[in-house]
Ligand binder design. Sequence first.
Ligand code: IDC
Length: 333
Amino acid sequence: MFKKLNCAIIILTLLVIFLPAPDTEAAYSFTAKHGQLSVKKSQLVDKNGRAVQLKGVSTHGINWDTGYPYVNEGSFKTIRDKWGVNTVRLAMYTEEYNGYCVTDDAGREKLIDTIDAGVKAASKLGMYVIIDWHVLSDQNPLKHQKEAAAFFKKISKKYSAYNNILYEICNEPNGATTWEDIKLYARKIINIIRKNNSKAVIIVGTPTWSQDVDTASLDPLKDYSNIMYSVHFYAATHQDSYRQKLKTAYKNGLPVICTEFGTCDASGNGAYDFKSANKWIKLMDKYNIGYVCWSLSNKDESASLLNPSCTKTSGFKTSDLSPQGKWLVKKYK
Ligand code: IDC
C-alpha cells in the first residue's frame, strides 16, 4: 500500500517537473478560450457555439502618427490587462492622410507592416483583431473596389491560418452610396476572402456612415455565412432615433456588431454625452452585441482615449486617460 502511494507521489512529482508548463498567454487567453468565431442566427458565437461579446478599442488611422505608434505589444497588453479590452481594430484609411489607395508603394508596404505588427501582437496576447478598410471621404466603397480586392486577397492569404482575425471591408459608406452599392461591393470582396478563409467573420458597413442597420436588415446578403453588419454611433449626436434603428435591425434578426463608437459628437470632438453612451451600452449588452471604441490616441480631440499630454505608447496610467478613457475602463473592466 505504502509502496504504491510512494510510487504515485514520485510519478506525480516527475510529471509536474517535466511536463512543459503551459504558455500562460496562449493557453488561458481570450482567443484560446473562444477560438474561431462564427455567426449563429444573429449572434456572434465562439468555437463551442456559445455567445461571445467583443469589447474593443480602435486605433486612430494607422497611416497617421496619432495611430501607428500605439500598434505595439506593450500597448495592447496594457489595454488588455488594465482596461479589459479583448479586441483591437486596426483602422487603415483608404484616402485620407496618405491612406492605402493614395499613397505610394513604400507607403503601402509600411501600412502592411503595421497591420502585421498589430496582428502578431494581438495574436500573441490572445486578442481578436479587426482589419478595417477605412472608407470615409471616398464615400462609396465601389470607388476603390479594385484596390480593396487586391488588398483583401493579399491579406486573407497571408493570414489564412489565423483564427482571431475579423475582416471589416468598408468602414462607413456615406454620401449617395446605396445599400445596393454596398452589397455589390461586399459580394465581390467576400468571394475573394472566402477563397483563402472559409470561416473568418466578415463585417459589412451599412449606409449613412454605418448607421442604417435597419435598411440592411430588410435585405441582408444571402448565400453567405459568418457575415455581420456594422452599426456606428457617436453618443452625443446619435440618440434615441438611432438606437431605434438598432432595435429594428435586431428584431429583424440581423447580426450586428458595433465596430466604432464614441461618447462625444460625430466630429470626434465636442462635449461628451455619457448618459446617451450608457444607453447604447445597455442596449448592446442586452443584445450581446460587441463594441469597439474610437480611438487609442492622444490626438487633441474628445474621442481620444488618452490625454494630449500623454506621450507614452504603452503602460498608460489612470492619469493618462481622457474622460472617455476613464469612462471606458469603468465600463469594460
Ligand atoms: C476622425 C478622427 C479625426 C480625423 C477625422 C478625419 O477622429 O482625428 O481628423 O476622422 O479623418 C467616424 C470615422 C472616423 C472619424 C470619427 C470622428 O469612422 O474616421 O475619425 N468618426 O469624426 N465616423 C463617425 C465619426
